[in-house]
Design a protein around this ligand. Structure first.
Ligand code: APR
Ligand code: PHB
Length: 389
């Protein structure tokens, strides 16, 4: 089989890219290792920047997002008894939208058949070939047969553990990585949120986050050492800890309920440079990971794909090579700014095991500064709503 762009991975990055290309009549095929049900079963973050909702709008796949997404005008940083509100709407003129990544994926998947976007699920042993050349190809196994797709370009949207990044020779790439010494234990429950805006809390016991998916579904997190297991945290223990860490005001309004989902996710900062090698482009988690503080993961995947689709549309529709050449540098400039923000918010809101009294005083001073300075609040707000493309 022959196509113009072979896309590896049907997460948000691959699906968004596929739709943006199909909207311009560019041929592409998505190869996904997992089943559609498996992809939809993954619970991920749920805060969309304007840059991401604008892309869904441009595609006309935002009907449900507009109806069900919650427009958020601000969020809070909790520091002991104090709540510092960051009024993102007043400071930047922009909202963020609470809408689960799983729902974004569901909407993009659902719109694929009517838009002629081919997705091959359960494609095994996806292997990239000749990415150095102008005629790369991908092989995969399905239903006991080996298949081959020839393409002009390959887009590696297959996440951190995917095959694409590994197709770049070691001498041609460089990784930057910090593994943070804890994970986030998350609970999803069908109970009303304790607050109508997100609360990120820094407590002596550690970090907590109160988030939501809707007015009747809540998502909460605490940080835990990586040695802990989900079984160590029966629901009641987790609710008690959340109430303590989020502070008395939020605690008074927490509604407890049984967990629909509970899992621990490690925290990592990772960037791979460059994001293009020959005819292979990397986008989303395949090229970078941010810790979840600030919810930049999906949004960064979306901004990569906005740049990449522009570059590919320029190439196929106008015969222009410039966007292709600029993609990596352009995407990385934004990636590093989001890495910085996610890392800074992680440092501010977590108690790191190696931190002592000095580091704690630094956090207190910074939170004090943020509480009293509109300039500091604006800097946080403009990163939170998403720096412009
Ligand atoms: N072959 C084919 N598909 C693969 C392979 C492979 N070898 N390896 C992984 N995949 C698929 C995964 O099953 C997954 O569906 O690639 C997809 C990658 O999707 P995501 O991990 O969701 O990554 P991305 O689309 O870049 O989205 C980034 O998702 O991981 C979150 O927090 C992250 O919010 C961020 C967003
Ligand atoms: C979530 O709702 O799952 C969420 C929200 C904000 C974050 C991370 C996760 O920073």
């Amino acid at each position: 089989m022959k196509t113009e762009v072979a896309i590896i991975g049907a997460g948000p990055a691959g699906l968004l890219l596929g739709h943006l290309l199909r909207a311009e009549g560019i041929e592409c095929v998505i190869l996904e290792r997992a089943s559609a049900d498996y992809v939809l079963g993954r619970i991920r973050a749920g805060v969309l920047e304007r840059t991401t909702t604008d892309l869904m709008h441009r595609l006309g796949i935002d009907e449900r997002l507009k109806k069900e997404g919650l427009l958020e005008e601000g969020f809070c940083l909790a520091d002991g008894e104090r709540l510092i509100r960051i009024d993102t709407l007043a400071l930047t003129g922009k909202h963020v939208t609470v809408y689960g990544q799983t729902e974004v994926t569901r909407d993009l998947m659902g719109a694929a058949p009517e838009r002629g976007l081919d997705i091959v699920y359960e494609a095994e042993d996806v292997t990239l070939h000749d990415v150095d050349s102008d005629a790369p190809y991908v092989t995969y196994a399905k239903d006991g047969r080996t298949h081959r797709i020839d393409a002009r370009f390959i887009a590696g949207c297959d996440g951190y553990h995917g095959a694409s990044r590994r197709a770049v020779p070691a001498s041609a790439g460089r990784s930057f990585e910090r593994v943070h010494p804890f994970g986030w234990l998350g609970i999803l429950a069908d109970v009303p949120p304790c607050h109508d805006e997100l609360i990120y809390a820094n407590h002596a016991n550690g970090f907590a986050l109160a988030s939501m998916r809707s007015k009747t579904r809540s998502r909460y997190y605490i940080d835990v050492p990586l040695t802990e297991r989900v079984e160590d945290w029966p629901d009641e223990r987790l609710w008690d800890e959340l109430a303590l860490r989020l502070g008395p005001e939020a605690a008074a309004r927490i509604t407890r309920g049984p967990a629909i989902e509970k899992s621990i996710a490690p925290l990592r900062s990772f960037v791979f440079e460059p994001m293009r090698h020959g005819s292979l482009f990397l986008a989303g988690d395949a090229a970078h990971i941010v810790p979840p503080t600030g919810a930049k993961g999906l949004n960064l995947a979306a901004s990569d794909v906005a740049y990449l689709s522009d570059a590919l549309i320029g190439f196929f529709r106008r015969g222009c090579n410039e966007g292709i050449g600029d993609y990596s540098a352009k995407a990385l400039a934004r990636v590093w700014k989001c890495e910085r923000f996610s890392w800074a918010l992680t440092k501010l809101m977590h108690r790191f095991p190696d931190d002592g009294p000095f580091e704690r005083r630094m956090q207190v001073a910074e939170l004090d500064y943020i509480a009293s300075s509109p300039a500091a609040q604006t800097a946080i707000a403009e990163n939170y709503v998403g720096i412009p493309l």
